[in-house]
Structures are given as structure tokens and as C-alpha cells.
Design a protein around this ligand. Structure first.
Ligand code: ZN
Length: 238
């Protein structure tokens, strides 16, 4: 469901692209098991191509710059769960039907936060989340609370039309970006948090859940192991 505040914002701002808002609504319906898979795939194909057209028209991103940025401020590869990215378990993950799926097509990037207040124990500051690549925000949740049963909490989906790659950043607290907004690589997009059905529980150490999805021309999508991309990503310090 769209938050009332977001709808008000959408009406106020001509910069929020209708196709991105429609993608957002469709994604949330899919996530909640409320959309037909086959119809949704056709719709996603159309929406992503519209979003891509808009993105190129804006000319705000230099597509020739392929620098990647590590998504967690002041932390690097060694904080990814498992060994050499072994926490990535694609299983039978399907963007269009995530029900009954125990896969983890993602990396969890942990930080030092013993008291679980989402403040870095070393710097005493909140931890910024950076966009790994440029792209456009196509879905976001700003107002997660513990009465909601969604796992991503305050999440952001950023689509990069150049590569047809979708990036997912979950469990944040405050988001700095909104649907329809174009972001640069390395731009701060959120503060790390503990939002989400499992992430807010005590047994879960504070982390960013980060995943990459490759979309194809026909709207199908498959998960991609982010580790080899993150290996060449630049870490932004504190
Ligand atoms: Zn995770």
C-alpha cells in the first residue's frame, strides 16, 4: 500500500515519474502475493523500459563512469556474512513469487553495533548507506513499523537502466531518497537500521541486506552474486 504521505508528495512533485510509482505499487503487490505473476512480468517489462527512457532523457548520470561504491560507510568486504560471499544462496528465488522460498539471494553486511541502536560503536555516528551505482529509485518504504510483517523494513530498490540491474538495500532507518529520484554512484541514500520483520529482533545483528537482480528484455529477473562486484567497489570512509 502507498502511504498517504507519499501520495501527497507524488501529487506535489512533478519530478516523481508515474512509471516509477506504478513499479513501486506493482512490486508491493507481488511481495504481498496480490498480483498475478504472468501479468506482472509483462507490466514490469513496459514500466522498466519507460523508466529507462526517462532516465536517459534527464542526462544527469555519466554512463561511461563505471565506478562502484561499497554500500556501507567505513566497512568493507570482510564484513560480508559467510566466507567470500558464501551467504549468497539463490536457491529457487523468484522476483515474481517469493512465497515459501527460503533462499537468501543477497549479502548481509554487518557493522559493529553491540547495543543494537544502529549507531556505529566505533564512530558513535549513524552509518550511511551509499548507492553502489547510479540509477533511479523505483520502490521504497519510509514508514515501516513493528506491526508490519514485511521483511525488508525501510528498503530501497534502485534500477540502473544501463545494465538492467536492480539493487535492493533493506533494513534502513531514515531514507534520503524517494521514488522517481535519480541517484549518482556513491550518493548517500539512507542510514543503516534494524527495520524488517526479522531484522528488528534481538537475535539479528545490525546489517545491510544487499541484493542484485538482473532483468532481461522480457521482464524476467534472476539474482546475481554481488560479491564479485563489491570486490572492486571503493569504500567510502567515516
Ligand atoms: Zn539478508
Amino acid at each position: 500500500m502507498l502511504q498517504a504521505s507519499m501520495l501527497a508528495q507524488a501529487r506535489d512533485s512533478a519530478s516523481i515519474l508515474p512509471a516509477a510509482l506504478q513499479f513501486h505499487q506493482l512490486y508491493q503487490q507481488l511481495r504481498d502475493g496480490l498480483a498475478d505473476t504472468a501479468t506482472a512480468r509483462v507490466r514490469v517489462r513496459t514500466l522498466l523500459s519507460e523508466i529507462g527512457r526517462y532516465y536517459y532523457e534527464q542526462k544527469t548520470v555519466d554512463a561511461s563512469d563505471t565506478s562502484l561504491f561499497f554500500p556501507v560507510q567505513g566497512y568493507g568486504l570482510q564484513m560480508i556474512g559467510g566466507k567470500n560471499g558464501s551467504d549468497y544462496v539463490p536457491g529457487k528465488y523468484n522476483f515474481y513469487n517469493t512465497f515459501g522460498n527460503r533462499s537468501h539471494p543477497a549479502h548481509d553486511i554487518f557493522v559493529t553495533d553491540k547495543d543494537q541502536d544502529a549507531i556505529d560503536d566505533n564512530s558513535n555516528q549513524p552509518i550511511k548507506i551509499f548507492s553502489v551505482t547510479p540509477g533511479i529509485v523505483v520502490s521504497a518504504e519510509h514508514c515501516w513499523d513493528t506491526t508490519m510483517n514485511t521483511r525488508g523494513g525501510n528498503y530501497i530498490y534502485i534500477y540502473e537502466p544501463e545494465t538492467k540491474m536492480m539493487y535492493y538495500y533493506a533494513h534502513n532507518t531514515v531514507l534520503f531518497v524517494d521514488i522517481g529520484q535519480i541517484v549518482q554512484a556513491g550518493q548517500p541514500i539512507a542510514y543503516m537500521g534494524r527495520t524488517g520483520l526479522n531484522a528488528y529482533k534481538k537475535r539479528s545483528p545490525t546489517h545491510l541486506h544487499f541484493s542484485m537482480l538482473q532483468f532481461r528484455e522480457d521482464g524476467t529477473a534472476f539474482p546475481v552474486k554481488g560479491y564479485r562486484y563489491l570486490k572492486r567497489a571503493r569504500v567510502i570512509g567515516k
